[in-house]
Design a protein around this ligand. Structure first.
Ligand code: AMP
Ligand code: MG
Length: 426
């Protein structure tokens, strides 16, 4: 069981490690059920709804893997050369109809169907050809080489792709190679997004005294776009309980997930907490991490036209770096899971840290880093600029997050550290 936090304001809130918080979120969520059919042109990044079995053998027939000469390999003998007369040419898509006799071969192109009775292809660069004849020296090739077998990529009935797969370019090609033009995918996850704070203004508006521009909605929109979810942008909401409640209700009415930033820090938590307590079972978590606290998660309910609807709230901290780090740490895989995907964990790379980092055990720390290749080819990482939770420039300059684990202490210069590459964060 999680221990209780020491702060009076947070009394009763669970104190969790990052790993415990991630596990608790994963255990709470169930994938959405809806599915729809899309053509391959619209399938990139979508979540395959069910296993996709191959309706055909791939390839559909034995064929040549090379440009060369096809012959019956039974005559091959390791001690002596073989010679054939060339009686024709067989092209891809135009199967050879005639018969090939003893001592005969066919010129054959890559992908052409293997003619009846022939099982071996000698690549043109491994034989001597001229005047209608081909000679293959002893030991150059063995029987059956350079022939792709029917069904060797995929036998009929075998699962070509598993349900839950987030479709990538090669998958689209694979599905097309099966002759399938459209696929059943999960409907898009609907995510309502808004920022909270009286001080926030939208880019393009004049900046009133004491105000700042809302950056979180834009960086979070980017992360959501990369995940391929449907975004419902509910804009900016003032620190006013009535406005917040109305926006939360509108969000729950439309979305599977409500993603907010700001308004859950210690100074602001009380009114948010009171409001959320009346709308669902949201927990304010004290996660042992930096940056990132505070963070709230749980189900919200609202009634729309007499029908009760529920959504999952992910309330991220307002500091721009903390908002992104908590998104990557807690929301990214959770949204994939809700979308029906089998999320692959973020790719972790080990890189040599160029400088020492002070760190105390007992919390996970995320630092912005610039990963590059050292002259010998190994990976190294340099911490980028000032690391304050509000300093977005260091995040923008970085290409990775350095993840210093819960139990880890200070890092000496030259020691390896774990990094999450941003470009793996799709
Ligand atoms: P909060 O979590 O609401 O207490 O906000 C913490 C800090 O992050 C404050 O300095 C806020 O002004 C700032 N902040 C909150 N929301 C945003 C936002 N959407 N864009 C930029 N900064 C924000
Ligand atoms: Mg605020």
């Amino acid at each position: 069981m999680p221990e209780l936090g020491p702060s009076p304001l947070m009394a009763g809130d669970p104190q969790l490690s990052v790993a415990e918080a991630r596990a608790a979120i994963a255990a709470a969520l169930k994938p959405i059920a809806g599915i729809e059919t899309v053509t391959l042109a619209d399938a990139l990044g979508r979540v395959l709804a069910a296993d996709l079995a191959s309706p055909i053998d791939v390839p559909a027939h034995d064929n040549s893997a090379m440009d060369g000469y096809a012959f019956d390999g039974a005559v091959l003998d390791s001690a002596s050369a073989a010679e054939f007369s060339v009686i024709g040419t067989v092209f891809a898509g135009q199967p050879f109809k005639g018969a090939v006799g003893a001592g005969e071969c066919l010129r054959i192109m890559t992908g052409a169907v293997m003619p009846l009775g022939l099982d071996t292809v000698v690549p043109q660069e491994l034989c001597q050809a001229g005047a209608g004849r081909v000679r293959i020296e002893a030991g150059v090739i063995s029987r059956g080489e350079n022939r792709r077998r029917r069904g060797e990529d995929l036998a009929v009935g075998r699962a070509a792709l598993r349900g839950g797969r987030v479709l990538r370019p090669a998958d689209l090609g694979l599905i097309a190679s099966l002759g399938i033009a459209s696929v059943s995918v999960k409907r898009r996850l609907r995510v309502a997004l808004f920022s909270t704070g009286d001080e926030l203004r939208s880019p393009g508006e004049p900046l009133d005294p004491g105000c700042i521009y809302d950056s979180n909605r834009h960086s979070l929109t980017g992360t959501l776009q990369r995940l391929g979810v449907q975004i419902i942008d509910l804009g900016l909401v003032r620190d006013d309980p009535a406005a917040l409640q109305a926006t939360l209700e509108a969000a729950v009415a439309q979305a599977d997930v409500v993603l907010t930033s700001g308004g859950v820090s210690v100074g602001e938590a009380d009114h948010t907490r009171a409001l959320l307590a009346g709308m669902g079972e949201v927990a304010f978590w004290k996660v042992a991490m930096r940056p990132g606290r505070p963070f709230a998660f749980g189900p919200l309910h609202a009634t729309l036209n007499g029908e009760q609807r529920s959504s999952w709230l992910f309330a991220l901290p307002g500091n721009p770096v903390a908002a992104l780090v908590t998104f990557y740490a807690f929301a990214r895989e959770a949204l994939l899971q809700l979308a029906g995907a089998h999320p692959e964990p973020l790719p972790v790379l080990q890189a040599r840290c160029e400088s020492a980092i002070r760190k105390r055990p007992g919390r996970t720390e995320f630092q912005r880093g610039i990963v590059s290749q050292a002259p010998g080819g190994s990976w190294q990482v340099r911490i980028s600029g000032a690391q304050g939770a509000g300093i977005l420039r260091s995040m923008s300059e970085a290409n990775a997050l350095v993840v210093l684990g819960h139990d880890q202490g200070s890092v000496a210069a030259g020691e390896p550290v774990d990094v999450w590459l941003f470009d793996g964060l799709a």
